[in-house]
Design a protein around this ligand. Sequence first.
Ligand code: GAP
Length: 513
Amino acid sequence: MAQEDVFKKIVSHCKEYGFVFPSSDIYDGLAAVYDYGQNGVELKNNIKEYWWKSMVLLHDNIVGIDSAIFMHPTIWKASGHVDAFNDPLIDNRDSKKRYRADVLIEDQIGKYEEKIEKEIAKARKRFGDSFDEAKFRETNPRVLEHQKKRDDLHARYTEAMQGPNLEALKQIIIDEEIVDPISGTKNWTDVRQFNLMFSTEMGSTSDAASKIYLRPETAQGIFVNYLNVQKTGRMKIPFGIAQIGKAFRNEIVARQFIFRMREFEQMEMQFFVKPGTEKEWFSKWKEFRMKWHQALGFGADNYRFHDHEKLAFYANAATDIEFKMPFGFKEVEGIHSRTDYDLKQHEKFSGRSIKYFDPQTNESYTPYDIETSIGVDRMFLSIMCHSYEEEKLENGETRVVLKLPAALAPVKLAVLPLVKKDGLPEKAREIINNLKFHFNCQYDEKDTIGKRYRRQDAIGTPYCVTVDYDTLKDNCVTLRFRDTMEQERVSIDDLNSIIEDKVSIASLLKKLQ
Ligand code: GAP
């Protein structure tokens, strides 16, 4: 099945099984805004718990905060967001649609890459096992031609994005003869800058009201609280502050479901270090964050680092952790060595000294910062994409199963009475009443056992137990495992010890030690 079709199926599965709904669904939705349903919110909470505990519980020098979404408007001037948090946009006069100029050009670069891949695929088919891809890339005239066009365009684009140079971006769109995918025309406006921050007004009277912003990242809430936390928590450098919270960006192009949203959630941690030690800490955080991802067991091949060649002027190292989505390797997390830029900017704009005083050396300095920043929704999407499987069974049927890591699954155990009578429902409820303090259980008595198993497979429940007539005599149930579909008879008294450890967040955290 084409990856595009797989992705469409994942999106509709998310809606059908209560994971993600379009926001304001009965009003036909609101672009790039989504709601999480009864199963989605459980999975999302489990992701957040895994991240939070991996930061705050596993590191005795990291604490958490929860800062407000609204902040003093000068913060966004100091951070550079008012002046520079822009995307270059362009309109097509015929379709009246708005696009990001950089995305149109990146798509064009992608088209050259696709052409190269097609040539390679054709040649591989023709030559079979004797095919030498590296040699083919170096010598095939058509591949060389596409590669040159791709590289020339990439170089022009990278240069135009410095600044950025808006005329140069428009010229690339004209020279490459990029057409609007809807109208099919090249009737483009000039490229303009578009600030991504949402704004509103605070204050009860119109003349006293002031413009404030919905935060586009949670990071600034950490920077402006850095000294409060350091002093009240008696934190010593190096130390970190973690935060999970909503962020808002007026994205021009909203694509790929929850990958790019206008309201989303971030999990960010700022780690403050002594200047000169930041490169060492950057490497440590790169390693730890990759370990966090890989502990989910999705396979190392699905992740890669994308080290930034062109750095923001204040950064001295930056990388993305990318995950293999059905639409290619995409950024899920960013790790940045941001020097002392943010703290110094807040010192300058607030007029307050927020230097760290080192009691051991008796010196004051502005710490350097290593940031790890991951989107909860992108993480959610990567987990759904990897876990969704359509499995052909021996009897010819197909089952849809979400092979979620057990610790993240919304429901850990489904308890199913074989029939709705003769005391079996009561026995099933009794099991849930004992286990519900340990993990999330679900009761289901409707339809055949087979159909109930399928429903649980579709939401990723790792364990089901069936209560039958023998249960009333021997106090045992049939335990069924989601991934293997194997079944075994176990005592009800043993259920907690069999399941609890495997479904706990601690089981993931232990892999990070
Ligand atoms: N404080 C740094 C910062 O915000 P970023 O690369 O702009 O850096 C960090 O965002 C992470 O937030 C991204 O790696 C991504 O996972 C998530 N993210 C950013 N924009 C998003 C959007 N529009 N929708 C969903 N997630 C987004």
